[in-house]
Design a protein around this ligand. Structure first.
Ligand SMILES: Cc1ncc(COP(=O)(O)O)c(C=O)c1O
Length: 375
């Protein structure tokens, strides 16, 4: 048989499917899935209604590439009110989730030979997205002794003449770390000194506990692309709706990528996001309170089993150390509980697991009972 024309780009052949997806696919309906990064809550009713109204009124065509003006205005207001950022609606592009936002940010800033500093352990997309842009991801090691916050020294040591950008993610996936304001300021200063772009992934901004505060680096430096989404805040992961905010030079470049790979975000999702951002915010507070209740339960249950980890101050993950991650994951899987192996998040994640508490309290209780049996 002759070979067909199936010859692929080395750029893509070198990239693996995310370990999180694999964990998800391994689970059937009767599994307790603590492997996923999405709220288990239903999307609030007023947001669903806005989506239904958009459909019924025939709001089903392409929108402006950047997104509908009223949504960009709402995001601009939100950034001023909540993040103390002065960003005009023209400096915002509405995207298909934070995923697309990260993609267009990285593609617009880096090229072959460039280095991008990424947290290690960090969100699974940062390294592959950097490599898709033909650039090289350089991990900045995070330590549990620093509560997994970024060490400015470690960051400094990894800056070379080829470093072009750095990605920060606070509150963080998979560690739940929240960077203190002093760190955010120091990172902004360092980036400014070395003319680096900061890509700040803020999708978990509203999920902070124990008085921790989310601080946007764009407050201190104009070389920041702020990435965010309604996905986690409003339990809207399937709507695929996010955005980038940055000053106009960045927007001009990112818009070209967005225009050709996406054209525009879903018109229906844009109307839903408008309702989410401008509507009542009690749903956000309720979800945060429930996440905190679950976090507190898990922290004390895991601690009483002798498992080590810093108490996460944000997001909905705990990232404990285990003796042998693959053995731990497999033994749990046999008892129908899914957690994500830590090495999915980078070399420094090995012999850790990520436990997501975006699952209801009863399931968490059952999972803890099973964990205590296998430990
Ligand atoms: C840190 C981080 N950034 C971005 C995303 C992607 O968000 P979205 O669903 O809006 O594309 C996720 C999803 O898990 C995430 O954890």
């Amino acid at each position: 048989m002759t070979m067909s024309g199936k010859r692929f780009a080395s750029r893509i052949e070198g990239i693996e499917i995310s370990g999180i997806r694999r964990a998800f696919e391994a689970a059937s309906a009767d599994f307790i899935n603590l492997g996923l990064g999405e709220p288990d809550f239903d999307t609030p009713e007023h947001i669903k209604t806005a989506a239904i109204q958009a459909l019924k009124s025939g709001f089903t065509s392409y929108t402006f590439n950047k997104g509908i003006p009223e949504l960009r205005e709402a995001i601009s207001d939100k950034l001023l009110r909540q993040n103390h950022l002065s960003v005009s609606p023209e400096e915002i592009i509405v995207t298909s989730g934070a995923s697309e936002a990260l993609h267009i940010a990285i593609l617009s800033v880096v090229e072959s030979g460039d280095e991008v500093l990424i947290p290690n352990p960090g969100f699974v997309s940062y390294s592959p997205l950097t490599r898709l842009a033909d650039a090289r991801p350089v991990g900045v090691p995070l330590n549990d002794s620093d509560d997994y916050t970024i060490s400015i020294e470690a960051l400094k040591e990894r800056i070379t003449a080829r470093t072009k950008a750095l990605i920060i993610n606070s509150p963080a996936n998979p560690t739940g770390a929240v960077e203190p304001e002093t760190n955010i300021k120091a990172i902004a200063e360092l980036a400014s000194d070395h003319h680096l772009t900061i890509i700040s992934d803020e999708v978990y901004e509203h999920l902070v506990y124990d008085g921790a505060k989310h601080i946007s680096p764009a407050r201190f430096y104009d070389g920041v692309i702020t990435v965010n989404a309604v996905s986690k805040t409003y339990a809207m992961t399937g709507f695929r709706l996010g955005y980038v905010a940055a000053n106009k030079e960045y927007i001009e470049q990112m818009l070209k990528v967005h225009q050709y790979i996406q054209a525009c975000a879903s018109s229906i999702s844009q109307k839903a996001a408008l309702a989410a951002i401008t509507g009542p915010q009690d749903c956000v507070v309720e979800m945060r309170n429930e996440f905190k209740r679950r976090r507190d339960f898990l922290v004390s249950a895991l601690r009483s089993m002798g498992i080590r980890f810093p108490v996460p101050k944000g997001a909905f993950y705990i990232f404990p150390e285990v003796n042998d991650e693959h053995d731990f994951v497999e033994r749990l899987r046999r008892r129908r509980v899914i957690v994500t192996p830590g090495s999915a998040f980078g070399t420094r994640g090995s012999n850790h697991v990520r436990i997501s508490y975006a699952a209801n309290f009863d399931l968490l209780r059952q999972a803890i009972a099973i964990m205590s049996e296998i430990i």
